[in-house]
Design a protein around this ligand. Structure first.
Ligand code: HEM
Length: 258
């Protein structure tokens, strides 16, 4: 008797967990869907609200539904221009004396070279700079659209959480990029970052040494550390999450206004 009721309890909890996933990520007959996509040129799965009810109206707010796509396009531009900048940028922030007795570093000099000597260098840097601004604005506004249309609700909770991580990654992309020219602004921002890290309880200094290479910007190590975060760690994690984020939109469809 007791074992019978514990069996049914186990069965219930299995159904609950399974049910949770099933409502959010409905299994679809993939082979049929693929055939249907090819035959009817229907790209989205499942059909959107507008497709399902064959709505002919162009809703006034539809452009706001492009913000996620705009974030992605900005990211592609950043990737292409970033790869080109990477051919010329030198991630070395250690200080050397100039012949005039001033201080400089190889990272700053390489930025000057990109701006004034490499053909089209200033345009590529400008595109990278402005695409970064556009991406941050677009991601933020995309989040506002999702919030105000209530698109974060069931079954899209997981995609909202992935979105929150993507927002943090985007901000970190911006911050780490800001450090790379190794100019006065970069050093000011690095100082704030170092002091914030050092203010962490118990392991502040150790954490600062891990993240910044030192507890002071004077070493110049911060440039190399944040360069690697900017060009390897963030892109790696970010691209993975963007793929999952957009795959979920494809599977769940866009939550259109009713
Ligand atoms: C790198 C950043 C991001 C990219 C490339 C991206 C991309 C996209 C795209 C292309 C869509 C399809 C619909 C649309 O464009 O509005 C979408 C939907 C969605 N995004 Fe993002 N997104 C990003 C960041 C975020 C953030 C920061 C949040 C929220 C915190 C978020 C939450 C969502 C949700 C919940 C949906 C489903 C909305 C619906 O079905 O109406 N995303 N995303």
């Amino acid at each position: 008797m007791a074992s019978g009721s514990s069996d049914s309890l186990r069965e219930d909890s299995r159904r609950t967990v399974f049910g949770w996933f099933k409502t959010r990520f409905p299994s679809v007959p993939w082979a049929d869907m693929t055939r249907k996509v090819l035959e009817t040129d229907q790209r989205q799965m499942p059909r959107s609200h507008a497709e399902k009810y064959e709505l002919k109206t162009i809703w006034y707010w539809y452009p706001l539904y492009c913000l996620g796509g705009i974030s992605f396009v900005a990211f592609i531009i950043l990737t292409i221009t970033g790869i080109i900048l990477g051919f010329f940028y030198v991630p070395d922030g250690s200080y050397q004396f100039t012949t005039g007795g001033g201080l400089t570093n190889a990272a700053y000099q390489s930025m000057n070279r990109i701006m004034y000597q490499i053909p089209f260098g200033f345009i590529i840097r400008g595109m990278h700079h402005w695409a970064a601004h556009i991406m941050i604005a677009a991601v933020f506004l995309h989040m506002c659209r999702v919030y105000f249309t209530g698109a974060y609700k069931k079954p899209r909770e997981l995609n909202w959480i992935i979105g929150v991580v993507l927002l943090m990654l985007t901000i970190l992309f911006g911050y780490s990029g800001y450090l790379l020219p190794a100019n006065n602004l970069s050093e000011g921002a690095a100082n704030i970052g170092i002091e914030m890290t050092r203010a962490s309880p118990l392991i502040g200094d150790q954490l600062a040494t891990l993240l910044w290479g030192s507890t002071s910007t004077l070493s110049g190590y911060y440039v190399l550390r944040w360069y690697w975060i900017h060009v390897f760690i963030l892109p790696f994690v970010g691209v993975g999450l963007m793929i999952v984020h957009m795959a979920l939109v494809w599977v769940q469809g866009v939550a259109e206004p009713h």
